[in-house]
Design a protein around this ligand. Structure first.
Ligand code: SF4
Length: 342
């Protein structure tokens, strides 16, 4: 009997992989669809559950493959808005968080793509953790499945990590989530959020999956952005905005610029003016997010009047500006607050 580690994890694979497995077992290729359906539609956790495969085939499959599933270890519900934060344990005991948010009939799942994050944004709890590893396709997909006990209407890839630095696994997971055998979630309801890796944004623009793009901008000048987001030193604003514009043009979709408002850091009228000039000519909307405080980090949320003044200054100068109240702040599930201790 092979050890699990030498076996193939069926979670995260797709039809061409399943076809290869079935062919290697001397079976017909059409069995690949049955396998995909058991893994993603029926959410089988064990090969023995695949009742429309013969006992002999299940036995042979068991010899070479297994199904890995992330393990829910804790969940917390916000008393303010009922959003729910989940802590999952992975097979190597690392932990990740995902969040489920409600707004009327809209149910949004926010999932992670890495354990920790290598980009170290100075205002972010995940950045403070450092980087452990990329998540596998199965681990990314599993979060969406675990959160979909209610039908989810939107998915945002905005949890722990930089999705475009785990590109292949993230994209494969999104294809599975998008597929009818997966969650059947239309690509238009999926948003990938990035701190800004221009060449990967360009690559995403070429994919045949029409997901939306959100760019975590947070500062209107390179000088300020360098301090908040070290990734900007490698990929300054000029290249990032060019790629964002290219994405909007190729996908015929507005790009969302996320702008976390931090007290006395990026919340002045001068910042608002510079921001409006920066995005001129890019089909976009700007999402203002008042900062969610993180213990031990030196940032604060601006006063309500200051937030309103920033929005009012920006609005006539940019065609679409929204002020987003983060969900789950009281359970540290809001934007930039996800963090685990392993
Ligand atoms: S804000 Fe996003 S990219 Fe920056 S450290 Fe946090 S998780 Fe990473």
């Amino acid at each position: 009997m092979k050890k699990e580690t030498q076996k193939i994890n069926l979670k995260g694979l797709w039809l061409e992989d399943y076809e290869k497995i079935m062919e290697d077992l001397g079976e017909k290729r059409f069995r690949a669809r049955q396998l995909a359906s058991w893994i993603y539609s029926k959410k089988a956790t064990d090969i023995s559950q695949m009742s429309d495969l013969s006992r002999d085939l299940r036995d042979r499959l068991n010899q070479i493959a297994y199904i890995e599933t992330i393990k829910p270890v804790k969940s917390q519900i916000s008393q303010k808005d009922y959003s729910e934060k989940f802590l999952f344990e992975l097979s190597d005991k690392e932990k990740i968080e995902s969040v489920l948010m409600w707004e009327g009939k809209r149910v949004t799942a926010c999932i992670s793509t890495q354990v920790g994050c290598p980009l170290g944004c100075t205002f972010c709890a995940t950045g403070k953790m450092g980087f452990k590893r990329n998540l596998t396709t199965g681990e990314i997909t599993d979060q969406a499945f675990a959160l979909s006990t209610l039908p989810i209407s939107n998915l945002v890839v905005m949890g722990m990590g930089e999705p475009l630095m785990n590109y292949e696994n993230t994209l494969q997971a999104l294809r599975i989530i998008n597929n009818e055998v997966g969650l059947s979630l239309t690509a238009g309801k999926i948003t990938v959020s990035t701190a800004g890796i221009p060449k990967m944004i360009d690559q995403l623009a070429e994919e045949n999956l029409k997901v939306s793009l959100a760019v975590s901008l947070n500062a209107p000048t390179n000088e300020k952005r360098n301090q908040l987001m070290p990734v900007n030193k490698k990929y300054p604003l000029e290249g990032l905005l060019k790629s964002a514009k290219n994405f909007a043009k190729k996908k015929k979709k507005r790009v969302t610029f996320e702008y976390v408002l931090m007290k006395d850091v990026n919340d002045s009228e001068k910042d608002a003016l510079a921001l409006s000039k920066l995005v001129t000519g890019i089909p976009c909307k700007i999402n203002l997010i008042p900062y969610n405080p993180v213990p031990d980090l030196p940032y604060d949320r601006p006063a309500e009047e200051k937030i309103a003044a920033f929005r009012d200054y920006l609005y006539p100068r940019c065609p679409s500006v929204t002020l987003r109240r983060s969900k789950g702040e009281d359970i540290f599930a809001a934007c930039g607050q996800l963090q685990t201790q392993s």
